[in-house]
Each structure stands twice: as structure tokens, then as C-alpha cells.
Design a protein around this ligand. Structure first.
Ligand code: NAD
Ligand code: TYD
Length: 349
């Protein structure tokens, strides 16, 4: 085998698409997926590749420094692609400590293990930290986030991700740890846990439940289909420059309420309901505390330097996403049983 790569958080939404991309494309690599299987981690996401000879799963919590050291000793990784994180802003508002623990301390544990393993033999090694555009804070109606935009995180989630980005750069500067960071906009697609806007609303529409729109609904996000993010990660992992940051975005801004109306219209068609039926479920509710008004990524750098551009239009991506959720009822039922009901009641009632 040519390389052994650790992917953390590979049982989650984006991680599972990254694991699939690497396992299928690089049969000469061993891909080790390390995941604690929190509420957001689901091995069902990887059933199609779980028996591939170049795939291994390790049930490990990145907060456990001893277990992480042992994992690095066992596999002698050549590269790390770090996605494991607490990832939902609303949960960070109710339980910030879990975010500080996993996103900051867990990242530090991985950095320490990589630094020790690669000391004096950094050539050809790479620590790839997957981050978010939310570290840059909130935009008003104009402007875009550039790689040089100063950090200004506004939620416990984005603050914990910002802290982890700073740690990665500090290890690069202080210990010569070879790293790259990407900051990506909102992802959507198959396998996303139905607490984030698009899968939550598909699930609610299907079950004729209200669609809880925060505040005036005029918050804006830039949406990227998850498989395009996985392709960008592959490209940056192999061709990005050491010590660099790349912004990744969908060139695809939507006000929440406009996106929700489009989703309702598509769902009317898919479910054979009369036009306008699903939109009747839209319900404006109390705003999220500290809600960031607008995110918008300028992804010119990755486009110009590495030739990456999203391959899927929003219309196509949304259709694929809806079709996936409608075809995977069992997946949806499994993840929305048990604790999900308690979370939903606490968050929305
Ligand atoms: P997710 O919540 O769907 O998955 C997170 C995964 O990490 C799960 O499999 C979970 O079990 C695992 N995990 C959580 N805590 C862990 C721990 N302590 N030890 C080991 N594993 C743990 O998240 P996602 O949406 O797939 O996001 C993945 C990464 O991409 C995160 O770092 C997130 O900040 C970043 N990101 C997400 C988006 C987005 O729109 N979802 C956008 C940009 C960046
Ligand atoms: P979300 O998917 O949680 O991603 P993020 O907060 O990381 O951008 O939310 C996307 C947008 O949708 C955000 O402006 C908040 C809004 N939203 C709602 O209006 N209602 C909801 O129930 C959820 C989950 C999100």
C-alpha cells in the first residue's frame, strides 16, 4: 500500500462522502475512518464500501489523547483529513462545552499525535483540517469571505472551529507540521442528519409537520452539494500547497425563505401534492440567538490555482437530495427515532 490515511468523522455527513471518494478512487491507499459514532455518526452511511479491502473502521473518540496516540502508533499515518466535530450551531448554543471539548481539545490531540509521529520526517506528510466559512463571522448584504478575511466567529460552534484553525496554523508555524485548511460554505446532500435546514425540512414536509423558519427568514447561505466538497477535499489534499488556506463555496447564495419555497415547490411535485400544499407548512418562529445574517464565499483561489468548480447545479443537487431522502425511508426512520424526538421537542416546542 502506498499511503495510510486517517479520516476522522468519516461516519458523519461530509466525512462519509470523503471516505467513499478516497476508498473507491485510491485502491493503493489504506483509509482508516476513526469516529466516535455520536448521534451524528452512522455506519449505515458507508454500507456500500465497508467490505472494501483498503477500508478500516476504528471506533475512537478524538477527545481520548491516549487512544489517539495508540491509533497513530498502530497505523503510522502518512496523512490526516480531520472532519470529526460537533457541527450544529443550535446544539452549540445549548451545550457549548461539547464543542469546545471535541472541536478544540480533540483537534489538539490529533495535532500532538501527528507532530510526534512525523517529527524530523515531515516530507510528504499532510494534516488537512476541514473547517467552515462561519469562522469569518457575518456579512451584510454585500461582500464575500476571502482567505484573508479576519476571523470574527459569532457562535460557540464557529468560535470552536476558529480556535481549531488557529491551533493548526500555530503547529505549522511552531513545529513545522505540514498542513492545509479549507473553509467551506453550507453543504447539503444525501446522508445529512435531519437537524440542518434542508434535510430537516424534507423530513417535516414528508410528515406534514410545520417548517420552523427562524426570524424573518431573510438570512442568506451559500449552498454546496456535498459530493463537490468531497472532490475539492481530494484535490486540496493532493495538490494544495503546504501552509495554505482555500475557501470552498457553491457560487450559490440563497435567502432561507426563497430556498424553502423552492424546496416546497419541488416536494409538491415529488409527493404528488397539489401546487402550494407544502408551502402551507411554513411557520415563522423565534430567531436563533446571535444568528449570522449572511455567509458568502469567494472561491476564486481554489478555482484559479487548482481548477476546482462545483459540478452540480443547485436544481440538480436539490433533486438528487430529495430523491435520496424519499428513497431511504429506513435511514431516516432510524436516525429520527430515540433521542432525536427529545432534541426536537426541546429545540422547537
Ligand atoms: P456531522 O455532524 O454530520 O458529522 C460529524 C462526525 O464526527 C460524526 O460521524 C460524529 O460521530 C463524529 N464525531 C463527533 N465528535 C467526535 C469525537 N469526539 N471523536 C470522534 N468522532 C467524533 O458533521 P458534518 O456536517 O459532516 O461536518 C464535518 C466537518 O466539516 C466538521 O468539521 C464541520 O465543522 C465541517 N464543515 C461542515 C459544513 C456543513 O455544512 N455541514 C460546512 C463546512 C465545514
Ligand atoms: P443550518 O442548516 O443549521 O446551518 P448554519 O446555521 O450552519 O448555516 O441553518 C441554515 C439556515 O437555516 C440558518 O440561517 C438557520 C436557518 N434555519 C431555520 O430557519 N430553521 C431551522 O429549523 C434550522 C435548523 C435552520
Amino acid at each position: 500500500m502506498e499511503k495510510c490515511i486517517l479520516i476522522t468523522g468519516g461516519a458523519g455527513f461530509i466525512g462519509s462522502h470523503v471516505v467513499r471518494q478516497f476508498v473507491n478512487k485510491y485502491q493503493n491507499y489504506v483509509i482508516v475512518n476513526a469516529d466516535a459514532l455520536t448521534y451524528a455518526g452512522n455506519l449505515e452511511n458507508l454500507m456500500d464500501i465497508e467490505h472494501s479491502p483498503n477500508y478500516r473502521f476504528e471506533h475512537v473518540n478524538i477527545n481520548d489523547a491516549v487512544a489517539i496516540q495508540a491509533l497513530f502508533a498502530k497505523y503510522q499515518f502518512d496523512g490526516v483529513i480531520h472532519l470529526a466535530a460537533e457541527s450544529h450551531v443550535d446544539r452549540s448554543i445549548t451545550d457549548p462545552n461539547a464543542f469546545i471539548q471535541t472541536n478544540v481539545m480533540g483537534t489538539a490531540n490529533l495535532l500532538n499525535a501527528a507532530k510526534e509521529l512525523w517529527k524530523g520526517k515531515e516530507e510528504g506528510k499532510r494534516f488537512y483540517h476541514v473547517s467552515t466559512d462561519e469562522v469569518y463571522g457575518s456579512l451584510s448584504e454585500t461582500g464575500f469571505f476571502l482567505e484573508t478575511t479576519p476571523y470574527d466567529p459569532q457562535s460557540p460552534y464557529s468560535a470552536s472551529k476558529a480556535a481549531s484553525d488557529h491551533l493548526v496554523r500555530a503547529y505549522g508555524n511552531t513545529y513545522h507540521l505540514p498542513f492545509v485548511i479549507t473553509n467551506c460554505s453550507n453543504n447539503y446532500g444525501p446522508n445529512q442528519f435531519p437537524e440542518k435546514l434542508i434535510p430537516l425540512f424534507i423530513h417535516n414536509i414528508k410528515n406534514n409537520k410545520q417548517l420552523p423558519v427562524y426570524g424573518d427568514g431573510k438570512y442568506t447561505r451559500d449552498w454546496l452539494f456535498v459530493e463537490d466538497h468531497a472532490v475539492a477535499i481530494d484535490l486540496v489534499f493532493h495538490s494544495g500547497k503546504n501552509g495554505e488556506t482555500y475557501n470552498i463555496g457553491g457560487f450559490n447564495e440563497w435567502q432561507n425563505i426563497e430556498l424553502i419555497k423552492l424546496l416546497c415547490q419541488k416536494m409538491d411535485g415529488k409527493l404528488g401534492r397539489e401546487a402550494g400544499t407544502c408551502a402551507q407548512l411554513i411557520t415563522y418562529i423565534k430567531d436563533r440567538p446571535g444568528h449570522d445574517r449572511r455567509y458568502a464565499i469567494d472561491a476564486t483561489k481554489i478555482n484559479k490555482e487548482l481548477g476546482w468548480y462545483p459540478s452540480v447545479t443547485f436544481e440538480e443537487g436539490l433533486a438528487k437530495t430529495i430523491d435520496w431522502y424519499l428513497a431511504n425511508e429506513e435511514w431516516l426512520n432510524n436516525v429520527t427515532s430515540g433521542d432525536y424526538q427529545k432534541y426536537y421537542a426541546k429545540q422547537y416546542n
